[in-house]
Write a protein that binds this ligand. Structure first.
Ligand SMILES: [Zn+2]
Length: 327
């Protein structure tokens, strides 16, 4: 029995969660077909939704076209059959931030972007999104932030040590950010080179998660973050050579999650947290669901390398019963 049992008996809240589709159309088609089959009430996408096939300026423009055309068309099609299904979408570190203005301007109708927003999702439940990831080994730095940066006022020495330990292993602290430079349509966007100082000035994940948006109503909160918390749902394999960004736990396996996000979940105890980013963690550990205190945290462990789509299916009020399905 849980606190939501009464609501649950009134209506089922079939929810599908996945992440890291990276624009793979066969995976989107499977997602939509399955959503229609089970008459999903909610679809939640936890980041890295657009393709990363193009480079440079083309990356921004091709992702923009995908958001406006492909994704809109697919979700509009779903809404024809299931008009009441809520579709919640989060950007991830591979989704160019310059395109997030599409959501500020409210140009995209059939789905809702959730980064930095808290929205009602069902009776007594709210969804809140967070796109930033801890400093990564990759070059697009739009959504990379230091876990703590200049914020030093944390009580737990252990968290500081974990953060520093990871920095010793060569995370990439320079790269590019996508910017709207608005010089007319043709030159609207640019990738701009950034270094460590620029990235430090962005603040930190710890600072962001102290905002009231993330702290209020934890017992009602579904926190959707692209990155997982450090030590949970976050086991990745390092590449040979330069890609190391954490101390290996075994062979070349590392914990790649966010230390500040772990601290946030431990202290705030949201009802449910959903994560993506580390495509291979379920493959390597078998774990897609875990408890952090009273919080249930889950990942789909989806990889865009094949057309097989990994999803979580669950009743929004009963996430502990979630099943992971490969389509
Ligand atoms: Zn990804």
């Amino acid at each position: 029995m849980n606190i939501f049992s009464r609501k649950q008996s009134e209506k089922s809240h079939q929810t599908i969660f996945t992440a890291d589709i990276h624009g793979v159309i066969p995976q989107y088609k499977k997602l939509l077909a399955y959503a229609k089959k089970i008459k999903a009430d909610q679809i939640i996408l936890g980041g890295d939704i657009t393709p990363k096939t193009a480079r440079g300026l083309d990356l921004i423009v091709s992702q923009r076209d995908f958001l406006i055309q492909d994704l809109s068309r697919m979700f509009s099609n779903l809404k024809n059959d299931l008009p009441n299904t809520g579709i919640y979408v989060l950007f991830g570190n591979d989704d160019a931030k310059a395109n997030h203005d599409l959501f500020v301007a409210d140009e995209i109708e059939p789905y809702t972007a959730i980064h930095g927003k808290r929205l009602p999702i069902a009776d007594g439940l709210e969804i809140v999104g967070y796109s930033y990831v801890p400093m990564s080994p990759w070059g697009l730095k739009d959504w990379d932030k230091f876990d703590y940066g200049k914020v030093v006022d944390i009580s737990d020495q252990r968290l500081i040590e974990m953060n520093l330990e990871r920095m010793d292993y060569g995370i990439r602290t320079s790269g590019f950010e996508s910017k709207d430079v608005s010089k007319g349509e043709k030159e609207k966007f640019k990738l701009i080179r950034v270094g460590k100082q620029d990235l430090l000035h962005k603040g930190s994940i710890s600072f962001d998660l102290q905002s009231p948006i993330y702290l209020q109503n934890p017992e009602k909160t579904i926190f959707v973050a692209h990155a997982p918390p450090y030590g949970h749902l976050d086991v990745a394999r390092t590449s040979n050579g330069g890609g190391l960004f954490a101390k290996p736990i075994k062979d070349r396996l590392i914990h790649a999650g966010s230390v500040a996000m772990l601290e946030y979940i431990e202290k705030t105890q949201p009802f449910l947290t959903l994560h993506g980013h580390i495509h291979s963690t379920v493959k390597r550990t078998g774990e897609y669901k875990t408890n952090i205190g009273n919080t249930i945290s889950m990942t789909a462990g989806n990889s865009p390398r094949t057309n097989n789509l990994a999803i979580l299916v669950f009743d929004l009020y009963n996430p502990q019963e979630a099943q992971r399905i490969i389509l």
